[in-house]
Write a protein that binds this ligand. Sequence first.
Ligand code: HEM
Length: 179
Amino acid sequence: MAELLRNPYVLVKAKEELEQIIGKESDISRLPYLQSILKETFRLHPAVPLLLPRQAREEVEIHGFTIPKGAQIMVNAWAIGRDPVTWNNPNSFIPERFLGLEVHAKGNNFELIPFGAGRRICPGMLLAMRMLHMILGSLIHWFDWKLPVGVEPESLDMREKFGITLEKAKPLVAIPTPR
Ligand code: HEM
């Protein structure tokens, strides 16, 4: 929601998409822009930024680096999502980058791994994906949103509080009006 209020054109586009689709067919697969907004949010603000720690059971070499047996490995999904080698304009919130791009957040595309990947991938992924599309889609569709008086989109505090899960350092304050 913070990125949507900071990028009002994205909110308008998402509203238009929902306007056209909801009421006829509420299928997530028919809401590519909403899907792209969620992917872009996962890319910039992964909820579990270092995934869960792993340990090397034996010495292994990966891309010329030797990982000793017993070493603890942290995978930095946050940094992968902002890698300028993979992503143009990596620090900007641009959902359009995912339109027509065959990159999913389900653990097969290693440039976007908000739920991890492999054997220990998040078992709640499918439930979470459904819930997030439902919740965000409903918030956009049923309410008009604005920031408190005196807060401009560009001055919104987007700093993050680091932890096992990533939070906004300052909670978002936004005002909904039922439509
Ligand atoms: C936005 C929602 C969620 C995100 C971004 C998320 C993300 C993650 C990530 C990154 C991991 C570590 C995967 C790895 O290291 O490869 C994980 C593990 C896990 N998640 Fe989620 N998760 C979410 C929702 C859920 C939900 C709704 C449930 C349960 C209903 C759940 C249950 C678990 C469990 C049990 C593990 C540990 C799996 C294991 O170690 O084998 N998660 N999640």
